[in-house]
Design a protein around this ligand. Sequence first.
Ligand SMILES: [Zn+2]
Length: 232
Amino acid sequence: MSNNCTFCDTSINQDKFIRSANKNTSYFECDRCGKYSVNDLVLNQIDFNKAPNSKAILSYWIQTNQNKENPPYITTELVKNILKDIKLPDVGEQVHNLILYLGNTSNYPGEILDITLNNIIAKVGSKDKGSLLFIFDYIIQNNLVEIQIFGKDSLRNKNVSTFKCNLSVTGWGKFGKFNKPSLSGKIVFMAMKYDNVELEEIYSENIKDAVKQTGFDIQLLKDVLRAGSIDD
Ligand SMILES: [Zn+2]
């Protein structure tokens, strides 16, 4: 016996579903959305047909909130707030999310990944499988991904739900760019000799505060460039 996910309709095995009748909630571990609990009232009180893509937005929101201590608990109030504030990522962001996913999932460059489309729709932030295939098609046509079965033919007209692929060398280049910590914003960097106690004291006691008063944040270059990119 299985139940279906409230938001994406993926079928959920019995061992990944807990019904708490006295609390009026159900707990799901969905391959697409992730783990969440939902209050019974949500389905009665929210008209999902009223807002376009509403279920896809909730699925995406749940997936992006998986790293918290507890799985999200979805109430009517929360759904209203999410649908008011959150949109699905635009095409550029979805390409970005997909490249990051493929890079982060690979243990080493060239590793061939087993892709199950349904499991990454919400991670990328696509509306549905067809919309995710549109993004996949783009990165294949732009040689960012090598796909094992279909060559460079369009995926979109094919009725596929799984396939194998890997990031190309060009794709890894993009991944490297996307994966860098963002250094935007009002941050200045200070390069100084390492392991000089006197200098470090001056930095932490005086310079940091002085710079902060100007509206900038200061960071030591050694704290930012741990990966050694200055030498690479
Ligand atoms: Zn789901």
